[in-house]
Ligand binder design. Structure first.
Ligand code: AMP
Length: 432
């Protein structure tokens, strides 16, 4: 499969794809679109950045284009559930883009915004409803949405949906959709909980998978430097003096952390904004818009807020804090390698975060090269006292498997542990 025309999509879709400048389907699209056009249920393992939205949106639009008719009052023909407002918004935007030459109506509903316009929109009717679970249930409970005409049910980012505690809501919603339907589920990872949900919702699904974790990660130039916590902010401002950092996503673990970093950047004259769960929906949308348009150069985000953010041309990702879940690292740095482009991901590792880095390296099966010539990097912080038994074991095998020429060898950077640098964590424990 080399061309979109081979996929036998209707002309208006092919035109829209052409307008978008897509030449060839991405691997997940090439795998998922044909069975979806046949009406099969599908379980897709793919992350944001692989082109998964078009993989489910194009067959859906193709199917509805066949017999559009007027949208029915309150009764969509297709329902797409997404875990976050941002993702729901982006799916809605993609549907509008790909469906621009079709007469199909899409309505997007999510919490954090007035419900009134959403009620009105559903009264006018929509062919496709994109929703977050909580708001959808509110609308259903108030009688503004009925699911008895849904023919296609799509769940995006099922793993995150479960992480965020939406399993019961999803099941409630699914139970109200006619069994005679096409069901599609996408998830970045496939833990048992997701498989369990899939087996309850999907009928004889075809399973398609792309492995972006390796491919995406390999396209990104990753670097880490070790420094004390209190030096991170000044390092960040110095880094941002580099004009090559045109559009940068900066990640922190906490919402307050994101606000602090944003304030700091602002004080230093760097145009930045933050996006996290404590921000109003309007503020989040404004920040995202400003970032996309280039009005601000830096967007500071927490993991959940950033999930699914689709901004082209992110040149750099900076992990101001390392995430405590290795998968989040992959998601974060993937923001800078959208649809085939490469990017640079720099992580700041303070002494307490070395365990996180170790877990990340295990997950990506790579050792992240150290910026050992950077003035802020402190070689004596590289060794992890919490991992002092056999520091190079495991790491060594991972290195020899994956490491390519040019990578700095972590072990080579590691200073021998000096006598007065022994397992401080354990000592503290004993003392306590
Ligand atoms: P997604 O994984 O759906 O978030 O898509 C990631 C990005 O890839 C979006 O910016 C899409 O516009 C873009 N994209 C999707 N499909 C293609 C394609 N076949 N060729 C080029 N870009 C694409």
């Amino acid at each position: 499969m080399t061309d979109f025309t081979d996929l036998k999509l209707v002309q208006p879709l092919l035109r829209a794809i052409h307008n978008e400048g897509y030449d060839t389907p991405t691997p997940i699209q090439a795998k998922a679109i044909p069975p979806l056009l046949e009406g099969r249920d599908l379980l897709g393992v793919a992350q944001t950045g692989t082109g998964k939205t078009a993989a489910f949106a194009l067959p859906l639009l193709h199917r509805l284009a066949d017999k559009p008719g007027k949208p029915q009052h309150k009764r969509p023909q297709a329902l797409i559930l997404a875990p976050t407002r941002e993702l729901a918004g982006q799916i809605g935007d993609s549907l509008k883009t790909y469906g621009r030459h079709l007469r199909l109506y899409t309505v997007v509903v999510y919490g954090g915004m007035s419900i009134r316009p959403q009620i009105k929109a559903m009264q006018r009717g929509a062919h496709i409803l994109v929703a977050t679970p909580g708001r959808l249930l509110d609308l259903m409970n108030q009688g503004h949405v009925k699911l008895d005409k849904v023919e296609v049910f799509i769940l995006d980012e099922a793993d995150r949906m479960l992480d965020m505690g939406f399993i019961h809501d999803v099941k409630k919603v699914a139970a109200l959709i006619p069994e005679q339907r096409q069901t599609v589920m996408f998830s970045a990872t496939m833990p048992k909980t997701v498989l369990g949900l899939a087996s309850g919702l999907l009928t004889d699904p075809i399973r398609v998978e792309v492995n972006p974790e390796a491919t995406t990660v390999e396209k990104i130039e990753q670097k880490v430097l070790f420094l004390p916590k209190d030096k991170k902010r000044s390092l960040l401002t110095e880094m941002l003096e580099d004009k090559a950092i045109q559009r940068v996503l900066i990640f922190t673990r906490t919402k307050h952390g994101a606000d602090r970093v944003t304030r700091h950047l602002y004080q230093k004259g760097i145009k930045a904004d933050a996006i996290h769960g404590n921000k109003s929906q309007n503020a989040r949308q404004r920040a995202l818009k400003d970032f996309k348009s280039g009005r601000i150069r830096a967007l500071v985000a927490t993991d959940i807020a950033a999930r699914g953010i689709d901004v082209e041309g992110v040149t750099h990702v900076i992990n101001f804090d390392l995430p405590n879940e290795p998968e989040s690292y992959v998601h974060r740095i993937g923001r800078t390698a959208r649809a085939g482009a490469g990017g640079i991901a720099i992580s700041m590792c303070e002494p307490d975060e070395r365990g996180y880095l170790r877990d990340i390296e295990k997950t990506i099966r790579q050792v992240v090269p150290v910026m050992d010539d950077h003035p802020y990097h402190l070689a004596e912080l590289v060794a992890d006292p919490g991992n002092s038994k056999k520091p190079s074991q495991g790491r060594k095998s991972a290195q020899s498997k994956k490491r390519q020429g040019g990578f700095n060898h972590r072990k080579a950077q590691r200073p021998q542990r000096s006598q007065n640098h022994q397992r401080p964590r354990r000592r503290t424990k004993k003392a306590a």
